[in-house]
Design a protein around this ligand. Structure first.
Ligand code: ADP
Length: 528
């Protein structure tokens, strides 16, 4: 017997329709690439679309698929994924005009290239001729009617497409649906996740192409929060000014972006007057950063974990009631985990390379491959690339292997100890590179630290710490190694430290340890 409730499909367009009807005066503020600040209300937005966010709704809401592309990828990769996805219309900011010229003649299926600007900012005729099918976004909108009825269709229809970074092999496409997106958004807004309400102003520092901006562009209209889009200004000064001028209460981004912001507020003796929560994920947030935000600025860091294949949110490190009684250190330990599963996501750890997939205990000790399942987690990659990614359990349920290695505490808090491709194996035993990095990051002279495996004749691999010093600060190899004493099992201590000017970062701000491993593959450890 079915329940007697209305069968309304969960469609992305319902988010903006809700915002228009119930939060019509609330604002979407964007710092535009043209340099000015643009303001529009949800009510105006519902028909007078304005660029990126409008594409999120216009494209998906009309039943088409929005494929967001990371502009920092190599042009060859952009051509590959545009062809693979069979993109037909490509929208771009004028900042990327040189890139567009480099790829325009090479893609197979793109018919129109739409410059997201007005007539005045379009390239001159001679330049424009180099990109056949070039159109002007604002001109197209002027020609279109103000009235539009959102079509109603099956909630399982594809809504958007993101490609994974593809550190091994070609990037693979993750195809989201309206249903998965709306469900993910509802859960992401819950109190123990972003905790976003109509009284908040939320600023995603994550780019719009990085896994649906972690759901924030959907969450703001759903909850009626003010949405503040930072444009190109992701340096500490520009971000801080926008936080203050727009009264931002919640923000979200990868750890590296917050370093610039913290360095700026520290150097100028500033405080945040409205910001209360900063969601940090994408790579492990060093506990030293969580502590600084809390103790020096009164900002609660919400450490969260997820991935492109998970829409992205899987876990968030919010407290349970008993944690309020802990002292500062005890609370910091909880906040530093990757967090507990949100409703909709189930997770388990299994023995590494254990074909039987037997679940390991949640004792905070055993670590294994992390598997997940849930309604906004991938089933197969776009076009079946790479075959069936899921692992079946004894009951026939499919689980997605994340490629992360983790342990889970008895309270259900998950801790990523490593990514399977970054693991350091010393004499057959695993050493967690993230722990080693977190300790180094707590040293006052360290700006960034990566721990990688270096070849060792006896132990196969030993940890090598690669460090970028803070400007004007100094620390020696010996001082850093001594800093590990008492904080970790002695045999985990790195064998060596090298200082570099910069650690290579990927397009979404994550450290590229594969590049470092390549760079230091001939590194001679002192004791070997
Ligand atoms: P890409 O694979 O394109 O870099 P994702 O954003 O999907 O993009 O990356 C997902 C991976 O990032 C996770 O599998 C995990 O390894 C890492 N990650 C995400 N959040 C965290 C976190 N809070 N702590 C540690 N690692 C994280």
């Amino acid at each position: 017997m079915f329940g007697h409730m209305m069968q309304l499909p969960l469609l992305i367009s319902s988010l903006i329709v809700h915002a228009e009807r119930h939060h019509g005066d609330q604002l979407v503020v964007s710092r535009r690439v043209e340099g000015d600040i643009h303001r529009i209300s949800y009510r105006e937005l519902a028909w007078n679309t304005h660029r990126h966010m409008e594409l999120y709704y216009g494209v998906s809401g009309s039943g088409r698929v929005l494929h967001t592309v990371n502009p920092r990828l190599h042009p060859d990769q952009i051509v590959y994924i545009a062809d693979h996805a069979e993109d037909q219309v490509l929208f771009f900011d004028m900042t990327f005009w040189p890139l567009i010229q480099a790829v325009a003649g090479r893609t197979k299926t793109v018919r129109h290239w739409v410059a997201m600007t007005d007539r005045a900012h379009m390239p001159a005729a001679e330049q424009a001729a180099k990109v056949p099918g070039l159109l002007c976004y604002e001109e197209l909108l002027e020609q279109a009617s103000d009235r539009y009825a959102w079509p109603v269709f099956d909630e399982n229809t594809a809504s958007s497409l993101c490609y994974t970074s593809g550190t091994t092999g070609n990037p693979k496409g993750v195809l989201y649906s309206h249903r998965s997106t709306v469900l993910h958004t509802m859960v992401a807004a819950l109190p123990d996740c972003f905790g976003c309400s109509a009284a908040d102003a939320i600023l995603p520092v994550v780019p719009m192409f990085h896994v649906n901006s972690w759901g924030i562009v959907y969450m703001a209209p759903m909850t009626g929060a003010k949405l503040v889009l930072p444009g190109l200004g992701l340096d500490g000064k520009s971000l801080y000014e926008l936080f203050e001028s727009e009264g931002v209460t919640i923000s979200a981004g990868v750890p590296t972006v917050w370093q610039g912001l913290l360095a700026h507020v520290e150097a100028h003796g500033l405080k945040f007057s409205t910001m209360r929560k900063s969601a940090i994920g994408g790579s492990a947030c060093p506990p030293a950063m969580i502590r600084k935000f809390r103790d020096d600025y009164g900002v609660r860091v919400l450490h969260a974990w997820g991935m492109t294949e998970m829409s992205p949110i899987g876990t968030a490190a919010a407290f349970k009631a008993q944690h309020h009684a802990l002292d500062d250190e005890g609370q910091l330990a909880v906040m530093s985990t990757q967090g507990r599963a949100v409703y909709g996501v189930d997770m388990k750890i299994v023995g590494q390379d254990d074909a039987s997939g037997a679940e390991l205990p949640w004792d905070g000790q055993a670590s294994g491959d992390l598997l997940v399942r849930g309604p906004w987690i991938i089933d197969t990659y776009f076009k079946g690339e790479g075959g069936n990614p899921l692992v079946q359990d004894a009951d026939g349920n499919g689980w997605f292997p994340t490629g992360d290695v983790a342990k889970i505490t008895p309270e259900g808090y998950m801790v990523i100890t490593d990514h399977s491709k970054d693991v350091i194996k010393s004499g057959g035993e695993w050493i967690g590179s993230i722990d080693l990095e977190n300790i180094a990051m707590a040293h006052p002279a360290v700006a960034m630290a990566a721990c990688i495996a270096a070849h060792h004749p006896k132990w196969d691999e030993r940890p090598l710490l690669v460090v970028v010093k803070k400007p004007g600060m100094d620390v020696t190899r010996e001082e850093l190694l001594a800093f590990y004493e008492g904080k970790i099992a002695k045999w985990w201590t790195p064998d060596d430290v090298v200082f570099v000017d910069a650690i290579p970062l990927g397009a979404t701000g994550k450290m590229q340890k594969n590049k470092l491993r390549e760079q230091f593959k001939a590194h001679c450890l002192p004791r070997s």
